[in-house]
Design a protein around this ligand. Structure first.
Ligand SMILES: *Cc1c(COP(=O)(O)O)cnc(C)c1O
Length: 415
């Protein structure tokens, strides 16, 4: 027999009644969802700021809200209000029509960029990077240039173009052949990058700070050097700011920390405060190549996502959250530096604003599990890097609470 949707969740009921248990949801998920995610045995039902609650009513402190999408924490009030208003007015119309929120968002993002540019909106980071890759191909086409250089340890997404740009064999395994025309240089190595450039190269694609790669900060002069290489050889510099953008590093765009300018920048994760949205922003003259028929996204720039993104920008500005991002980084640095002094387990601190990496001399997964037991949510990437992407709305008390637990767990860890 087919279960009616109404029995479990209906428009007349504010909550699913009765609340399902974590065990019941896990059982259904195992039966009906693809097994491609490694999930914690926890079913989350509610979030507010840096806190989430599970189906059993337990509360967790979240230092990794929404995998980086929760830049303003869970359910940020201005985003909630903007979305609620917008869904009641107009949910979706395709890009055959003009909608004000999309145009306003384009203006807001370009005005904070520092140069004249045009925005294309889509629904994810991978899709934003696909748009960038397609634009780079259009740019190089007349000269027979199509190769793109990206970097070891990078992460650009799971669709084929973005996947091929992602220079990590573990993500490629099983999906070959990949897209032709990608070359990989070691992150941070300008000379190796220069050696890969030939007369078929059209672009260099890089995360200013590698996120999934373990919060790898660019060595001094690296991003500036890439800009110079691009200028010298007539290449596009594509910056993937899907994780570093929208104020997480204390500037609207992370590249603004280094005083360089890209030709293309991509955004997603935090862009619309947790609502699915991606964006590709290209220099105005370059963007002219994207004539009607060249590219599109049905849901791209829909009014709900655009209104949410406008509310994110408004919140960051009104609440002084760019400055706060820097202060958050400093507070974590103070706490973690003191810990590092007495714990040889900690190899390196990698901190830029609210992007925080803690490289360990051991596997990090047991740390994540031990923190979960103490109701603290963190992430581990590249096996040995503890990654925190806290909300810019987190309080000093919450930072201290999180650091206390992390300290306790790290101190008692016997790898
Ligand atoms: C998460 C991420 C992506 C992929 O974004 P999706 O929305 O999952 O497609 C791309 N680039 C970077 C730098 C990311 O962190």
């Amino acid at each position: 027999m087919v279960a009616t949707i109404d029995a479990r969740i209906s428009a007349d009921k504010p909550q699913v009644q009765p609340l399902p248990s974590t065990a019941a949801v896990m059982d259904l998920a195992q039966r009906y969802l693809t097994p491609n995610y490694r999930r914690f045995p926890v079913c989350l039902i509610r979030g507010e700021g840096s806190w989430v609650w599970d189906a059993e009513g337990n509360r967790y402190l979240d230092l990794f809200p929404g995998w980086g999408c929760g830049l303003l924490g869970h359910c940020p009030p201005r985003v909630v209000q903007a979305v609620q208003q917008q869904v009641a007015e107009l949910i979706h119309v395709p890009n055959t029509w003009y909608t004000a929120p999309q145009a306003w968002l384009g203006q807001a993002l370009v005005e904070r960029l520092g140069f004249d540019a045009r925005c294309f909106f889509c629904n994810s980071g991978a899709e934003a990077n696909e748009a960038a890759i397609k634009l780079a191909r259009l740019f190089g086409r007349s000269q027979g240039r199509y190769k793109i250089i990206s970097f070891t340890g990078s992460f650009h997404g799971r669709t084929f173009g973005a996947l091929t740009a992602t220079a990590q064999p573990k993500y490629h395994a099983g999906f070959e052949p990949l897209l032709p025309g990608f070359r990989y240089a070691p992150f941070g190595d300008l000379e190796a990058t220069a050696r890969l450039i030939d007369n078929e190269t059209c672009a260099i694609m890089v995360e200013p700070i590698q996120g999934e790669g373990g919060i790898q900060l660019p060595p001094a002069g690296f991003l500036e050097g890439l800009r110079q290489l691009c200028d010298r050889h007539g290449l596009l510099l594509i910056l993937d700011e899907v994780q570093s953008g929208m104020g997480r590093t204390g500037r609207w765009y992370a590249f603004q920390n280094w005083g360089i300018q890209p030709d293309i920048v991509t955004l997603a994760k935090a862009l619309a405060g947790g609502i699915a949205m991606g964006g590709m922003i290209a220099r105005a003259a370059l963007a002219e190549l994207l004539q009607p028929g060249t590219h599109a996204a049905t849901f791209g720039g829909n009014p709900v996502a655009a209104r949410a993104a406008l509310a994110v920008i408004d919140t960051i500005e009104r609440d002084g959250l760019l400055e706060r991002a820097v202060a958050i980084g400093q507070r974590f640095r103070q706490r973690l530096h003191t810990l590092q002094q007495r714990l040889p387990l900690i190899a390196e601190l990698r901190i830029h604003g609210a992007m925080i990496g803690l490289a360990l001399h051991a596997e990090g997964e047991p740390i994540v599990d031990a923190c979960l037991q103490r109701r603290l949510l963190i992430n581990c990437t590249q096996r040995n890097v503890i990654r925190l992407l806290p909300a810019l709305t987190i309080s000093d008390a919450e930072i201290d609470q999180g650091c206390d637990i992390l300290e306790e767990v790290l101190t008692s860890y016997r790898p």
